[in-house]
Design a protein around this ligand. Sequence first.
Ligand code: GLU
Length: 331
Amino acid sequence: MTRPAVGRLAPSPTGLLHLGNAWAFLLAWLSARSQGGRVLLRMEDLDPQRSRPAFADAILQDLKWLGLDWDAGPDTCVAAGAEAALGPLVQSRRGHIYAAALARLEAAGLTYPCFCSRKELRQLASAPHLGEEEAHRADPCRNLDTAERERLLAAGRHAALRLRCPEEAIAFDDEIMGPQLFAPGDFGGDFALRRSDGVMAYQLAVAVDDGLMGVTEVVRGRDLLPSTPRQLLVMRSLGLAAPRYAHIPLLLDAEGERLAKRHASLSLAALRTQGVAPARIVGYLAELAGINPSGAPAHPRELVGCFSLKALPRADMRVMEEDMARLFGEH
Ligand code: GLU
């Protein structure tokens, strides 16, 4: 039986949203809504060093300004009914949920503490006698005996907790990128579920959240493709149902660099301040997505009926100066 569609927008409040984020969130939103599905907004503020509450507030404001909405998010009351099962939609408030998942993986013998420093791991990965296939298993902590592990932990050594990856390759079908096959060596092998400073790792949190929140589809930038086999492994290990994945092409600047937070002039806040109407941005992004050939201004709601992931180009796209000039044109 197919589950009703549940999509999610999962911003990290480490900066202001830019045009590239708007592109990914618009497509994720359209994909869920075009199936009559629900949209969750999950604030991914896991990293205390990089996350700022002010960015989280600005992100909510920017998404609403663009015309995107959500059925549950950090700003909605999730205390009642079906929403209660979701728990808080802010990762920094879900520590107990991640800890419980981690405890299950530990109890199943699927994890091990890794005492290596970053430098030691880098050296291991580049050791000339190891092929890529072997490097991911070269971590000496993988095979420490219990007594040695206990000794290091008792001595107060900080350890990351890693998932012991199986030998087999992970296969999945990406809605856009097609069939994928990742051997453990392709995604770096045993990966951290909890960092050595105690912060839960992105891979664990996202997999647990997507699984427990009943997300049926993940639409996100193709830069996150190599995270997918890791997240699938976590979900499988925990017996959680996995979503479908659609990794979309990226927006690049005129030099071919991926749009990022450093492109301050392309932040939605900057565009708004300069008087660019949100419908223009949405119309332009929809044109890139192949569903609005004229590029005419549009509200996301108006695009729901014509949306199809199939119309999406497969290659990354450059945002050129003339495109920007159009955004800033008469309105
Ligand atoms: N929070 C992540 C980011 O902003 C995205 C996570 C995801 O979509 O899986 O890069």
